[in-house]
Design a protein around this ligand. Structure first.
Ligand SMILES: NC(=O)c1ccc[n+]([C@@H]2O[C@H](COP(=O)([O-])OP(=O)(O)OC[C@H]3O[C@@H](n4cnc5c(N)ncnc54)[C@H](OP(=O)(O)O)[C@@H]3O)[C@@H](O)[C@H]2O)c1
Length: 223
């Protein structure tokens, strides 16, 4: 793995490259979004991200998870990518959903590591939950509730595009770790975000790494 920017260097490890201060607080957890995209902007091939990834990208996901206490993910991604429980004992997976319609016999939900993030008026669920907003989740309030009730300070958001759109709409993305996969994938797959109103939230480039034609970019909130 080589670093192209800043300070070009060979043989950089993922841990070296991505270790950084992430100043999350009880008032406002740090939100780091991790995604992989094709050159033509798609985030899926055949309904999952697997066809866009490579072993280094998969290793990166684990390194980034190691910095987080909470993994935030959209309900459709949990369903499409068969999310299991997190490996680290201290981690929780918080799943954002409108209605909490899941198979609660799946290992993610029987593990005791799942939290469902729901609107106030959603039906009851048999696992711990956080509730914020009416009809749809108010993510800013939900993150505060995760901090208050579950001690969340560093949140690794892992998509999909609908959840990302909600995060962007609420101006909650502090860090974006975007892998650019060296392929034109065609199709009609979602880009990184869908559903957010048009805006221009400036991000600052923190680094670019390269491995096997894949680019591993890290951006931080510019303000
Ligand atoms: N390339 C990548 O890095 C990457 C990363 C992650 C996922 N993906 C892919 O992206 C696809 C899924 O993305 P997606 O955009 O369809 O779905 P998503 O963001 O994973 O989840 C969407 C779901 O979240 C819930 N939701 C959405 N808006 C909500 C709101 N305002 N309030 C409460 N809940 C809300 C709803 O859940 P309910 O239906 O339960 O109400 C909705 O169906 C999958 O194919 C996955 O493989 C790619």
């Amino acid at each position: 793995m080589q670093r192209l920017f800043p300070h070009p260097a060979d043989d950089i490890t993922l841990l070296e490259a991505y270790s950084a201060e992430r100043p999350g607080s009880a008032e406002r957890p740090w939100v780091s979004l991790c995604m992989v995209s094709s050159l033509d902007g798609s985030t899926v091939v055949d309904h999952t991200s697997r066809g866009l990834s490579n072993p280094t990208d998969q290793a990166l996901l684990l390194v980034l998870r190691s910095f987080a206490d909470t993994i935030l993910v959209g309900a459709a991604t949990v369903r499409h990518e068969n999310y299991g429980p997190p490996k680290a004992a201290h981690q929780r997976i918080a799943v954002v959903s409108r209605n909490g319609d899941f198979d609660f016999d799946l290992p993610l939900f029987t593990s005791g590591k799942a939290i469902i993030v729901l609107p106030e008026n959603a039906p009851a669920v048999p696992v711990p939950s956080v509730r914020a907003g009416t009809d749809t989740v108010d993510l800013a309030l939900a993150l505060s509730a995760l901090a208050r009730d579950f001690g969340s300070r560093i949140i690794q958001a892992e998509g999909g595009a609908t959840l990302n759109g909600m995060l962007v709409a609420a101006d909650l993305v502090d860090e974006l770790n975007l892998t650019i996969s060296p392929q034109l994938s065609g199709g009609n797959g979602s880009r990184l975000t869908v559903g957010a109103p048009a805006s221009a939230q400036r991000m600052r480039l923190a680094h670019v790494l390269e491995d096997d034609g894949f680019l591993f970019t890290r951006y931080l909130r510019a303000r």
